[in-house]
Write a protein that binds this ligand. Sequence first.
Ligand SMILES: NC(=O)c1ccc[n+]([C@@H]2O[C@H](COP(=O)([O-])OP(=O)(O)OC[C@H]3O[C@@H](n4cnc5c(N)ncnc54)[C@H](O)[C@@H]3O)[C@@H](O)[C@H]2O)c1
Length: 248
Amino acid sequence: MSDTTVALITGAGHGIGKATAKLMAARGWTVAINDLKPEFVEEALAEVQAMGGKAIPVVQNVGTRDGVRAAVELVRAEAGQLDVMVNNAAWVRYQAIPDIQPETVERMMQIGFASIIWGIQAAAEAMQDRGGTIVNTASAAAFRSAPNSLVYSGIKSGVTGLTRAAAAELGGQGIRVNAVAPSAVPTEGTQKHRNAALDAKRVATTPLGRLGTVEDIARAICYFAGPESDFVTGQTMLIDGGIVRSNL
Ligand SMILES: NC(=O)c1ccc[n+]([C@@H]2O[C@H](COP(=O)([O-])OP(=O)(O)OC[C@H]3O[C@@H](n4cnc5c(N)ncnc54)[C@H](O)[C@@H]3O)[C@@H](O)[C@H]2O)c1
């Protein structure tokens, strides 16, 4: 066991997960970069190493219980411990209610919901001796929904419930569990769902007058993952420039 914090971030090859890995690495933490795609892991790994950070590659599909367990085991084998688990990976489709198909629901549930259950289970086991923190990525869609988001909003609302329940059960073991709920943030994953008119509308209705960035979300994840939030658990924090709670 070392004094360095060791964090595993799922879906860290791109977007919010990669930004989180880079910010944690800049804080001197060892970051285990998970992604399904080896080339994404390689890319993120190179970026962290170029900063002088310590990174462990974890190519693994976290859409199954075995996959999540294998990812956690690899980190323990390489780094000797797991202190922070960020359950961030998701697979997302937006569909009108009549178009929703069982395969879409199943895949979204496996990667965006069940995977968090298995992530909490595996992390809790790995953290049983010295405690730790778990951060889940929910979404502003847990609090405010648009058309075509039946499955996505449902899953992300569920993530807020998982977060509360895990916090209640694991607090006594020194494990804190929180979630971030980002509004729209430009990433590789959201590129195909965005356009200039939609972005302009979002900016106009956001009190802070801009879209979020991956760094905005990464800072909040780091807050929940680190000692600054030592007395905080079971929370889902909106990182949204105020859009959800305002009526502009
Ligand atoms: N970007 C946004 O606007 C936004 C808003 C709210 C919530 N979120 C949530 O934030 C999280 C990250 O979103 P993003 O926009 O950064 O995504 P992204 O698509 O840019 O990156 C996600 C990464 O996860 C990987 N991944 C997908 N399935 C995987 C699996 N089974 N195993 C391992 N890795 C897998 C992908 O290969 C990809 O590299 C998601 O949970 C998303 O729902 C994003």
